[in-house]
Design a protein. Structure first.
Length: 75
């Protein structure tokens, strides 16, 4: 099993049957599920990165506010 998000979702969507998913003559339904799984994995990984960046900016703003307060910038 792969650790890349799109491949993990693809393997889960295919029922962990990697051989059937790797075949070019797989059923069209399996291809649709594979595309949906890849789309959802990219969506969720993008959301994770966005939330991670937002939390980083919030932490940075908090640290700057504390430092400005300690240095007397709000007086």
């Amino acid at each position: 099993m792969s650790f890349r998000p799109e491949l993990v979702s693809q393997e889960l969507a295919c029922g962990m049957d990697g051989i059937a998913c790797a075949r070019e003559d797989a059923l069209p339904v399996r291809r649709i599920y594979r595309y949906l799984a890849n789309g959802f994995s990219f969506l969720f990984s993008t959301a994770f990165v966005s939330v991670f960046l937002a939390m980083g900016f919030a932490a940075l703003a908090t640290i700057v506010t504390i430092l400005v307060g300690v240095l007397g910038g709000f007086n």
